[in-house]
Design a protein around this ligand. Structure first.
Ligand code: PLP
Length: 466
């Protein structure tokens, strides 16, 4: 930086320091899925300004260990110069391209994704995020069924408790009560919901393995009830995070695969959180050697450095969109295949490979789950589960009955506040999801667990549990 630039920078920061950023945010910014009054309450809004490794610093200068990887995506950690340099170079060289053409980064990225995804998954449609990736997967499924001559196959089966995005189609497929679906009804026709493989709170009140996988069998029963000739696809996350890191029994995904094959229904894996190493495998369904027909990717694809998503399709499915012009897949977003976002994703995948972050997630994930076991000394810890660097703590009033806390107990506020005071960025809920960046070390896990331990102890005393 030369003298003149330095002077300008100091001037800019003096100006910035005189601004009340909280006030300005409250006046103008609609933060996604956030209640205004909660945001306006003391300590309700944090403004982050810097990040390095697993740590983020807010505008007040307080540093937090990011136990959520921002929003379950900061796989390679903050401050990666390789990504920012690559993005800077590409932006200077060519920030975008003319209509209906392409550039080198999306070609390279598509080939890279094809080389790391299993089976014949090899054709990639780029979008700007997870909702668009799932929306695309649904539209490919429907148009593919049309191409096969099954024009009436329009229904899509998903699971209660899952989250697939915020567009109309993806919201309709989602099943999380937190998203006020009712306010937006009527939703997408043809969305059908089945139970999750959430063994910790089984919808049937059964226990694995005596349950005989009723949750998977329900998918087949639903296809038969609706009529196989009306169902286009089944969509599921390999492990659903909003359903509380519901790690399915080993038979579950192979059963989904064979049910879909039996009825000519496409199987879509929503890998938006699980993908790119989070579960200790590059992609979640690899734990069960299942190859879905379509994969939806986002989040960890660029570790959030720039917004990008993708839909990866088996070559035999993509082949149905070749033919004549009328066979073209009718779908397009202006920013799909953006050269700069694709460059960020390429640099990110390169880091994941070079630093062995998938393996680190497996090893550190095992260590994290082992260390978390000591939290069972707290009666309000009902269950702890996880796979890779994706863990959940289920908080309950009483372990035996699994009774939840009541809204008046203000569990979420209490936990989140204690975590923040202890220097943890982590939203505390009935189901608290712990997902540190994949670069996390043993020492950082020790510190995380010890802070969780003391915060939970304090909340337990406040609520007189145990
Ligand atoms: N699918 C899953 C499993 C997700 O977790 C999310 C977002 O959290 C989405 C889809 C939607 O992604 P986005 O918020 O990038 O649109």
């Amino acid at each position: 930086m030369d003298k003149e630039e330095e002077a300008q920078d100091t001037e800019a920061s003096d100006l910035e320091q005189s601004i009340n950023w909280y006030q300005l945010a409250l006046e103008h910014l609609m933060i996604h899925n956030r209640n205004w009054n909660e945001m306006a309450s003391p300590g309700g809004l944090k403004i982050f300004v810097r990040g390095e490794g697993c740590y983020i610093t807010d505008i007040e200068g307080k540093t937090y260990f990011d136990a959520m990887s921002a929003i379950w995506l900061m796989n390679v950690g903050y401050g990666r110069k390789e990504i920012t340099d690559a993005v800077y170079d590409q932006m200077r060289k060519l920030p975008f391209h003319p209509h209906s053409q392409t550039t080198i980064p999306p070609i390279k990225l598509a080939a890279k994704i094809a080389s790391i995804t299993p089976g014949t998954l090899s054709k990639v449609f780029f979008v700007s995020g997870g909702s668009e990736a799932v929306e695309t997967a649904v539209r490919i499924s429907k148009q593919y069924q049309q191409r096969l001559g099954f024009g009436k196959r329009y229904k899509v089966i998903s699971r209660r408790g899952s989250y697939h995005g915020s567009t109309y189609a993806t919201m309709s497929l989602g099943g999380t009560p937190a998203f006020n679906r009712g306010d937006f009804e009527p939703l997408l026709p043809g969305a059908r919901h089945v139970p999750q493989p959430w063994c910790h709170r089984c919808d049937y009140g059964l226990e694995y393995p005596d349950c005989n996988l009723q949750c998977a069998r329900e998918v087949e029963r639903t296809i038969l009830f609706e009529g196989p000739e009306s169902v286009a696809a089944v969509i599921a996350e390999p492990v659903s995070v909003p359903a509380g890191v519901a790690v399915p029994p080993p038979e579950y995904w192979p059963m989904l695969r064979s049910i879909c094959d039996k009825y000519g229904v496409l199987l879509i894996s929503d890998e938006i959180i699980c993908g790119f190493g989070r579960t200790g495998k590059m992609f979640g369904t690899e734990h069960w050697n299942v190859v879905p027909d379509i994969m939806a990717l986002a989040k960890g694809l660029s570790s959030g450095y720039l917004p990008i998503g993708a839909c990866v399709v088996k070559s035999e499915i993509a082949a149905k969109f070749v033919g004549t012009r009328k066979d073209t897949f009718s779908h397009c977003f202006t920013f799909g295949g953006h050269p700069v976002t694709c460059t960020a994703a390429l640099a990110n995948i390169e880091i994941i490979g070079r630093e062995g972050l998938v393996e680190n997630a497996a090893v550190m994930g095992k260590y994290l789950l082992e260390q978390l076991q000591r939290l069972y000394q707290h009666p309000m810890v009902g269950d702890i589960r996880g796979i890779g660097l994706m863990c959940a703590i289920d908080f309950v009033k009483e372990r035996k009955t699994k009774e939840r806390f009541k809204p008046e107990d203000r569990l979420e506020d209490r936990l989140t506040q204690k975590f923040a005071e202890a220097g943890l960025f982590l939203i505390g809920r009935d189901l608290t999801i712990i997902m540190p960046p994949l670069i996390v070390s043993r020492a950082e896990i020790d510190e995380l667990v010890s802070k969780l331990d003391s915060c939970i102890g304090e909340v337990e005393r406040e609520l007189s549990v145990g």
